[in-house]
Ligand binder design. Structure first.
Ligand SMILES: C[S@@+](CC[C@H](N)C(=O)[O-])C[C@H]1O[C@@H](n2cnc3c(N)ncnc32)[C@H](O)[C@@H]1O
Length: 217
């Protein structure tokens, strides 16, 4: 994603620890201290400007959400939304996904959303894809038994790669859809990238997968 420098983003992030965790010192996150209600915790990793997770949190008050993004210039846009109308069940986390195993307790996450993750098409960058086996290993540790990963993308290469790595890892693929908006349900919450690609007529690919019980833990 092309990101422009946003003046004052760092200062705004640092000024609002009540809505956003800025992962500078890698302290473990205690969801019970962030949220009013102890409820299932779902993550969106690489949320960009946060439209998806913000809308999902509005619609699903019985779940707690943390929207994760590594760049100040993107996450500050999500912070604007939260500052305008805070949600008791949404927190933001500025971090690289690489650090999630340090930040969250094993088996503490009820679902992970990966929406329009950077495809990193060059083979030499494959390790950076958020569905590379090294990330799957980390998700397996973080997710509760039976918890799902939901993935959406415009990118055929990343979609095929993700399906393949998940299957090779021994995950169960619960749903695969090569044209979500054609064949999916009508109350889809669109991300910023999804809106752009859908306008261009690019089919949105979607999958739901989970780790098999005997490989988890
Ligand atoms: C292509 S954008 C998609 C943004 C949003 N999910 C959407 O669909 O509109 C991918 C986002 O993931 C973030 N991202 C990529 N790798 C990441 C990582 N390792 N940790 C956290 N965020 C990451 C990028 O900074 C970028 O904002």
């Amino acid at each position: 994603m092309r990101l422009r420098y946003v003046k004052g983003a760092r200062e705004l992030i640092e000024a609002h620890p009540e809505y956003i965790i800025d992962n500078q010192d890698q302290n473990r996150i205690n969801p019970n201290k962030l949220f009013v209600k102890p409820q299932p915790l779902h993550l969106e990793i690489g949320m960009g400007k946060g439209q998806f997770v913000y809308t999902l949190a509005q619609r699903t008050p019985e779940v707690n959400y943390i929207g994760i993004e590594k760049f100040d210039s993107a996450i500050v846009k999500a912070l604007y939304k939260v500052l305008e109308e805070p949600l008791a069940n949404l927190y933001l986390l500025r971090t690289d996904a690489e650090d999630l195993s340090v930040l969250f307790k094993p088996r503490s996450i009820g679902r992970i959303y990966l929406n329009f993750s950077d495809p990193w098409p060059k083979a030499r960058h494959a390790k950076r894809r958020l569905t590379h086996p090294r990330f799957l290993r980390m998700y397996e540790t973080l997710l509760e038994a039976g918890a799902e990963i939901h993935l959406k993308t415009d990118n055929d290469g990343l979609f095929a790669y993700s399906l393949e790595t998940m299957e090779e890892y021994g995950m169960e693929i619960l749903d695969v859809n090569y044209d979500l908006h054609q064949h999916g349900s009508c109350d889809i919450i669109m991300t910023e990238f999804e809106e752009k690609f859908t306008e261009q007529g690019v089919p949105i690919k979607h999958l739901i997968a989970r780790f098999k019980e005997d490989t988890n833990g």
